[in-house]
Every structure is written in structure tokens, then in C-alpha cells.
Design a protein around this ligand. Structure first.
Ligand code: FES
Ligand SMILES: [Fe+2]
Length: 383
């Protein structure tokens, strides 16, 4: 149960997820009005409960009395009651009643952690702030999920892999031409490529320099209060009208060895084309897409937990290296800020402080573009 206290260290933070950002928690449909649900995110257990009018709350799944989970308790409309001794807690985390000891000092105190929530495009997102950042930062949802001209489906899965494996998988477009070669959408194009990184004001593109619109040829990492990726894969004619198949992806750490993945599959379609897309997706394409996603899951779950401890990277792995640096730099800054013992205490870590930091024992990236500190990313300030 890492809460990122002063004792938290960089490795722990990297394992269970950086704080001070929004993460997708679960599909909204998982918590209907009047329902409760336990979820595990960033190494902690939480309970979601939705009031009959739709208001949703997310509390630490830990009763303030003696620490029993709240999630097996009773849903009382605007509060939940612990099953152990009946203590009642509302959505703000305030104890509203201690039935066994009326007038108990716990009553009226806000002593259960409650997370700020947002819902969009069928998903619940929560702000996971550390002890110095309880107030939520700005959240800018992916524009593709706010665009009336875009029609999307949310695909959600839980994988038994460290979150970094899932995140790095989508920063690695080249696997499309190999792992997914037999799929309906990634059979075409070259099996060799040269890549480049293109900076944006919210992240970067990692893209092939010699092939576009043929396979999984580019991905954009976006950091808008929540980290997400955007990518597009050309559809064959059998995919119907609507142009490329877009994917917005998010990864949320569950534990140090498991994660949740959210993929919104979308197309820019309106009118009758929208109807055709939605029909084709439900009847034909969804099953094929799940098959592709299963190829990813099976590959990642088969990898050793320390698979990245002895790598020999090459030019196609620049995107992976870049995102690792970003995460490590931010983890160092967050820990330093909490412990007041480092250069990142206030101003963040500058590029000169960044290191190419593959796990110990890993080989140097080989071939193609060398990886230098000069390749270090812009450090994005945590909101
Ligand atoms: S542990 Fe929850 S009421 Fe006692
Ligand atoms: Fe894949």
C-alpha cells in the first residue's frame, strides 16, 4: 500500500505508478447507481460507490475504525457502512455515524481518503496526488474522445504485467509488423524502418521516417494531466467507410505486477457511415481487435518481470527509451519534493540531470541513432 510518504523511493514509485496525475480507473458501467465496486490502483485498494442520482465517489478501501475493507459493506445511498462494526462514511471520506458509540470523536471527521473524479467517454478517471498534491491538477481529455465527429468504443482489460510493459508496448510501433503480421490490419508494409522522435508541446511523436499510413507507423505520447497515446492503423476495404482506425490508449498501474489497459477504438465517421462503423465493429471488427490485443497480452505476460534488465536496444527502441527517461525523471522529482533532499525539490530536474537509465545490466542501445543525454526529453511539470 504505497502512499508515497517521505519514505517512498524512486523504484517503488516507478513500480506502482507516478503520482500527481489522473489515471483511468475503470469503465463507468462498472459502477451503476446504487452499486459499489472495489478496484486496485497504484498499489492500493479503493472502493467506488455511486449514489442513486449518479454521483460517484472513490474512497480508500480501509475503514477508519480498524482498517477493515469498506467494499464488503452496505451501500446506504449517500454513504457506505462498514460490515465489521457499522461505521458509516460518506463520499467525502467523512465519518457520519458510529452506530456502536454515538457521539464518538470520529463522527464529523474527514479521515478516509477520497479521490477527485472525472468521467468521460465511458470511463472513470481519478486524481492520484501525493501528500503535497491532494488538489487535482488540470485534466484535458483526449480531443478525439470529445469530438462529435468521432465515434468510439471503449475496450478495457486487466493484464498481469507491470504497467511499464504495457506502456512501452504502445511506444513500440515496430511490433505491429511482426507480432500482428497475421492480423486483419497490420499485414502490410515493410519489416524494416527508421524512426524519429518529433517533439510536441504536450509530448512527442515516435514515427517511421520511411513509411506512413501502411501499418502501425506512428504513435503520439500525450501528457495532458493524464498520460495517453494516440495512434492510427489503416483499415483494409473490408473495414468499411471512415478512414483509419484510431486508438487512444491509457495504462493504469494496479499493483507492481499488474495493470489496467483502456483502449478507445475510434473512427471519424458521421451519418450513415457512423451507423455502418458501429454495426461493423460490433458484428465483425471487435472480435478481430480483441484477437490482436490478446497477442499483445500473451506476449507481455510471458515476459519475465525483469525482462528489461538485460536488453540490447536498437534504433526502433528510441520511443521506449524516451518514455523511460520521462518516467524516471519525474519519479526522482516527486520523491525529492517529498523528502526535500534533492535538486528537484522545487524546480524539477533539468535535462542535464537526466541519465540514460536502463535497468542495471542492460546493454547500451545499439545501432542507428545513438542515445545521448542530449536526447533527454523536456521535463513536463507535474500539474
Ligand atoms: S473496522 Fe470498520 S467499523 Fe470497525
Ligand atoms: Fe500490439
Amino acid at each position: 500500500m504505497a502512499r508515497l510518504r517521505g519514505s517512498a523511493n524512486v523504484e517503488e514509485l516507478l513500480a506502482t505508478g507516478l503520482r500527481n496525475r489522473w489515471y483511468a480507473v475503470c469503465p463507468s458501467s462498472f459502477v451503476e447507481p446504487g452499486a459499489m465496486r472495489r478496484v486496485t490502483c497504484l498499489g492500493e485498494h479503493w472502493v467506488l460507490f455511486r449514489e442513486p442520482d449518479g454521483a460517484l465517489h472513490m474512497l480508500a478501501d480501509r475503514c477508519p475504525h480498524r482498517g477493515a475493507p469498506l467494499s464488503p459493506g452496505s451501500h446506504l445511498g449517500n454513504r457506505i457502512a462498514c460490515a465489521y462494526h457499522g461505521v458509516q462514511v460518506d463520499g467525502s471520506g467523512t465519518v457520519v455515524c458510529v452506530p456502536g458509540m454515538p457521539g464518538c470523536k470520529m463522527e464529523g471527521r474527514r479521515i478516509v481518503r477520497s479521490l477527485p473524479l472525472e468521467e468521460f467517454a465511458g470511463a472513470v478517471l481519478a486524481w492520484f496526488g501525493d501528500e503535497k498534491h491532494q488538489q487535482p491538477g488540470t485534466l484535458v481529455p483526449p480531443e478525439y474522445l470529445r469530438d462529435e465527429a468521432v465515434s468510439s468504443f471503449l475496450c478495457y482489460a486487466e493484464w498481469d504485467v507491470p504497467w511499464r510493459f504495457a506502456a512501452e508496448n504502445v511506444l513500440d510501433p515496430m511490433h505491429g509488423a511482426f507480432l500482428h503480421r497475421e492480423s486483419h490490419s497490420m499485414f502490410a508494409g515493410s519489416t524494416t524502418a527508421s524512426f524519429k522522435i518529433r517533439e510536441t508541446d504536450r509530448g512527442f511523436y515516435f514515427e517511421k521516417t520511411d513509411q506512413q499510413n501502411t501499418n502501425f507507423d506512428w504513435v503520439e505520447l500525450c501528457r495532458t494531466g493524464v498520460d495517453w497515446v494516440n495512434l492510427a492503423i489503416p483499415y483494409p476495404p473490408s473495414g468499411g467507410p471512415g478512414g483509419p482506425f484510431g486508438v487512444v490508449g491509457m495504462v493504469t498501474p494496479a499493483t507492481a505486477t499488474s495493470c489496467k489497459v483502456f483502449f478507445w477504438r475510434y473512427r471519424r465517421v458521421q451519418g450513415w457511415q457512423r451507423s455502418v462503423w458501429r454495426f461493423l465493429y460490433r458484428t465483425t471488427l471487435e472480435e478481430r481487435h480483441w484477437a490482436v490485443l490478446e497477442q499483445d497480452r500473451l506476449m507481455l505476460e510471458a515476459m519475465a518481470l525483469d525482462a528489461d534488465a538485460a536488453e540490447h536496444l536498437y534504433q526502433h527502441d528510441l520511443g521506449v527509451v524516451r518514455v523511460r527517461r520521462l518516467m524516471r525523471a519525474e519519479a526522482e522529482r516527486q520523491v525529492a519534493e517529498l523528502t526535500d533532499d534533492g535538486p528537484g525539490t522545487r524546480g524539477g530536474i533539468g535535462e542535464g540531470d537526466l541519465r540514460v537509465a536502463p535497468p542495471s545490466g542492460s546493454g547500451s542501445p545499439a545501432g542507428g541513432q545513438s542515445l545521448r543525454v542530449a536526447d533527454a526529453p523536456t521535463v513536463v511539470q507535474v500539474p
